[in-house]
Design a binder for this molecule. Structure first.
Ligand code: HEM
Ligand SMILES: [Cu+2]
Length: 552
């Protein structure tokens, strides 16, 4: 570990009292690095919890007429699994990465609005706990699926406290996410170092700008939907007519579609940074990608009705047109990634493996998204396993692979030591096999007509073999995630015993400013005795090396 030179304490935030040490120092910290780490760490722990729920579900579905779980338990598990993964894992981790990385990447000593960020973190933690508390009530946790549609979720059909706790939990956590989103956006706008114009922001920072704009623009709609649901549970007349049931869907999906990109941009951008660094090339198509992220964010608020084709209450032509228009910015981003790889000298370390797998796997998610965005196909596969396959290709085979690319890539920056490469590779291969074995058969299952959200199926349905394959795949996933957890804990343990080799400040020859400081960075991010390199592009460290090589 490197200790910050005392001079660093005097930069930028001079005069601020030195924070308390120990655990109190952590829970009350205004250091963006600690808040970012707390957020990311909490999300990873929750990912394992909700992952275990998925294993129970997959075991239940391994063969027809299985009775491991009651239908009631199954409903609770898929609801908390799905809503947990979305509200409490993939979204907060994405924003948490922003909290950690954005100030470092723009050369700032800290966040704008650090206390608001901390409040956001605590709202998120209490939200996650509140949602899980549903399991401790007599009627169990919420069981209405991650979008909690009325009338299913009203007090007549879902009388227990589980749904109320679910509403409160999501409300708290999402409020926290919104606060963090404001803080990250404000940081980009207000705290950039000299020379860091908006068009020199690293790709990851651009992804956070677009992400935070969506968080701020669309997430409040979810709060409105939740309030509507809570009011409707207290006063059943609200949902007595179909108007507000459909109204709820409109408001919900105004949030529900953009959140997909919130769980996509930061991971895509992490992948973009990894691809560039590990091919030794500048990211290709920078301006196009930055622009396409903004276009994407704007368009994202106009496509929500594609989740409602089957209701017959949304303008199909309009929504399928806007949905398919998303192909354009998505294509720009894909060309950026492929163009970066082309002609690069690839170094296949663990972060790069995850980034490379992200590219084709996410494509499967994206292309099947175009399919379900087309009403004629959607009518056939809606509410079937095809949708389950599609959403897991996007969120797991895609975003979660980006998440792991990010974890392996930035781990040495955060901790000063590298994760073990052997275990990293084992994790990677188990995940590649497991992901595709689990989720590919589900496309076929959906096509054959297996409905989603059913606790079991009959033997004569003929879904047995494909489900068995999917469950075997889940076993690979569980093994892979165990290796990952062991790798992290083992590496941190070795570090605290002083046995892990220091990674150095910039082990990957990276491009952006966070690698210009020590690993881990000092409290105010950049040692005062070490001037920041000049910023004349979005890859200042690469510029420095190239200038060094050409001798200028
Ligand atoms: C980042 C990781 C993941 C995310 C974001 C995610 C998200 C979701 C969502 C949103 C749902 C739908 C819940 C609903 O309909 O209300 C769901 C269902 C489900 N997921 Fe995941 N999931 C993830 C990982 C996994 C993994 C690794 C597995 C398998 C081992 C899995 C297995 C399932 C199963 C079995 C269902 C229930 C399907 C049904 O009955 O309709 N998920 N997930
Ligand atoms: Cu959508």
């Amino acid at each position: 570990m490197t200790v910050a030179p005392p001079a660093a304490e005097q930069r930028g935030d001079a005069g601020r009292p030195v924070p308390p040490g120990g655990w109190l120092g952590w829970v009350s910290t205004t250091d963006h690095k600690r808040i970012g780490l707390l957020t990311a760490g909490t999300s990873l722990v929750l990912m394992l919890v909700y992952g275990v729920f998925a294993l129970f579900m997959r075991s239940q579905l391994a063969q027809p007429e299985e009775s491991l779980l009651t239908p009631q338990t199954y409903d609770q598990l898929f609801t908390i699994h799905g809503s947990g993964m979305i509200y409490m894992v993939m979204t907060p981790f994405a924003v948490g990465m922003g909290v950690y990385l954005v100030p470092l990447q723009i050369g700032a000593p800290g966040m704008a609005l650090p206390r608001l960020t901390l409040l956001g973190y605590w709202l998120y933690v209490f939200g996650a706990l509140t949602m899980l508390a549903g399991f401790a009530t007599p009627t169990g946790a919420a069981a209405d699926g991650w979008f909690s549609y009325p009338p299913m979720a009203d007090s007549t059909h879902s009388p227990g406290a589980g749904t109320d706790l679910w509403i409160a939990g999501v409300l708290l956590a999402v409020t926290g996410t919104i606060l963090m989103g404001w803080a990250v956006l404000w940081t980009v706008l207000r705290r950039r170092t000299r020379g860091m114009t908006m068009l020199r922001l690293p790709v990851f920072c651009w992804s956070m700008v677009a992400t935070c704009l969506m968080v701020i623009g669309a997430f409040p709609a979810l709060l409105a939907a939740l309030v509507l649901l809570a009011v409707g549970r207290a006063d059943p007349s609200v949902f007595a007519s179909n108007v507000w049931n459909i109204g709820y869907q409109h408001i919900f999906w105004f949030y529900g579609h953009p959140v997909v990109y919130v769980m996509f941009f930061p991971y895509l951008a992490a992948v973009a940074e990894v691809l560039a660094v590990f091919s030794g090339r500048r990211f290709f198509g920078y301006k196009g990608t930055a622009l396409s992220l903004l276009v994407f964010a704007a368009l994202s608020m106009s496509v929500w009705g594609h989740h409602m084709f089957a209701t017959g209450q949304a303008a199909n032509d309009y929504y399928s047109l806007t949905s398919i228009a998303l192909l354009v910015p998505a294509g720009v981003e894909y060309f950026g990634m492929l163009g970066t790889l082309l002609g690069g000298r690839l170094r296949l370390r663990t972060p790069m493996l995850f980034a490379l797998a992200f590219v084709p796997q996410f494509l499967i998610g994206g292309l099947t998204g175009i399919m379900v965005g087309t009403p004629v196909i959607d009518y056939h596969v809606t509410d079937s396993y095809f949708v389950v396959a599609h959403l897991h290709y996007v969120l797991f085979a895609g975003s979660a692979f980006g998440l792991f690319a990010a974890v392996y890539f930035w781990f040495p920056k955060v901790t000063g030591v590298l994760l073990d490469e052997g275990m990293g590779r084992a994790h990677f291969w188990l995940l590649v096999v497991g992901t595709n074995l689990t989720f590919l058969p589900m496309f076929a299952l959906g096509y054959l007509g297996m409905p989603r959200r059913v606790a079991t199926y009959a033997a004569f349905d003929g879904f047995g073999l494909l489900n068995l394959l999917a469950t075997v795949g889940a076993g690979f996933l569980a093994a892979g995630m165990t290796v990952f957890a062991v790798n992290v804990l083992w590496t941190l343990r070795r570090r605290s015993l002083g046995r892990a080799e220091p990674a150095g400040d910039d082990p990957w020859e990276a491009h952006t400013l966070e690698w210009a400081t020590t690993s881990p960075p000092p409290r105010l991010n950049f040692p005062a005795d070490r001037p920041l390199p000049p910023v004349s592009s979005f890859a200042p460290l690469l510029d420095l090396r190239q200038r060094g090589r050409s001798g200028t």
